[in-house]
Design a protein around this ligand. Structure first.
Ligand code: C2E
Ligand code: CA
Ligand code: CA
Ligand code: CA
Length: 274
């Protein structure tokens, strides 16, 4: 039994070491990927109540030289832990602004462009980055929207309010992403300069089959509207979900039913054909 225990410990240790070295290897790969500009944006459209496209959400992808196109789940967490997220976030922000210029050239300049911001990125540096991006790319500040998480608002509210106010003063707007997963009350949100709430996909998924989720969506929409905050539903995959949400006056919808994340060129061609 003793020997078995030791073997297990050895096995565990080497698994742990393997995990560590894989992680270190990934971090150095990510550094190189940043140097070589291997991160590319894809874009997913958001639609208003009349079905018109009103915004594009920028989603990062890693064009890995060997493994192909990788999803954020494979690299964002490691970027956050290793401090590389500031660099990645800045690049995505610049990419989004650059693509907005191209949207405008295609007659789609009325669309907002949304960028996800990690809590690890939320500091003075972000305020400077946003100012620089607006200046450098000469884009109207009200087309830029930052998607932040509920957790960020709750971790250090005073600091979050301060930074958000500085960015909002430039004309940039804020959405709270994955709303409903972080247990913050809607009344609490009133303290932050927030324009939109994005109802988390997990509540949208079971609309029509789960009464609790329907009640949650219903009350988020109602209370947000009472507070003058717009509502967005993410992860809309069925017409049943779409009809349910529209009947309850959701302002905007996003999901595979209406449009998947796509390369800029494909998306622009689709939007122009509508
Ligand atoms: P998110 O901000 O909640 O983005 C929405 C995610 O849901 C995207 O996954 C999108 O492809 C997916 N999605 C959209 N519609 C549907 C649908 O109808 N059904 C289902 N099942 N999924 C749908 P993706 O692209 O894998 O991104 C995952 C997360 O990675 C994002 O979640 C966001 O938190 C993070 N992320 C992506 N790009 C960036 C970035 O540039 N910076 C930062 N900090 N985070 C990013
Ligand atoms: Ca988002
Ligand atoms: Ca989300
Ligand atoms: Ca449920």
């Amino acid at each position: 039994a003793k020997r078995q225990g030791r073997n297990r410990a050895v096995a565990f240790h080497s698994e742990f070491a393997d995990g560590m070295s894989r992680r270190l290897q990934l971090v150095s790969e990510l550094r190189l990927a940043l140097e070589q500009d291997q991160f590319v944006p894809v874009f997913q459209p958001l639609f208003d109540r009349e079905g018109r496209a009103v915004a594009l959400e920028t989603l990062a992808r890693w064009e890995h030289p060997v493994r192909g196109l990788l999803l954020p789940g494979e690299f964002i967490p490691v970027c956050e832990e290793s401090g590389l997220i500031a660099d990645l976030g800045r690049r995505i922000l610049h990419q989004a602004a650059r693509h907005y210029r191209r949207l405008a050239e295609h007659g789609l300049g009325h669309l907002r462009i949304a960028v996800n911001v990690s809590p690890a990125q939320f500091n003075d540096e972000l305020v400077r980055d946003v100012a620089q991006v607006l200046r450098e790319h000469q884009i109207p500040s009200d087309v830029l929207e930052l998607e932040i998480t509920e957790g960020l608002l709750m971790a250090d509210p005073e600091r979050a309010i301060e930074l958000m106010n500085q960015i909002a003063a430039m004309g940039v707007s804020f959405s709270v992403d994955d709303f409903g997963t972080g247990y913050s009350s809607l009344a609490y949100l009133k303290r932050f300069p927030i324009d939109r709430l994005k109802i988390d996909r997990s509540f949208v998924r079971d609309l029509g089959t789960d009464d609790d989720d329907a009640a949650i969506c219903n009350s988020i929409i109602g209370l947000a509207h009472a507070l003058g905050i717009r509502t967005v539903a993410e992860g809309v995959e069925t017409t049943m979900q779409l009809d349910w949400l529209r009947a309850r006056q959701i302002d905007e919808v996003q999901g595979y039913l209406l449009g998947r994340p796509q390369s800029f060129d494909v998306l622009v061609a689709t939007l122009q054909a509508r």
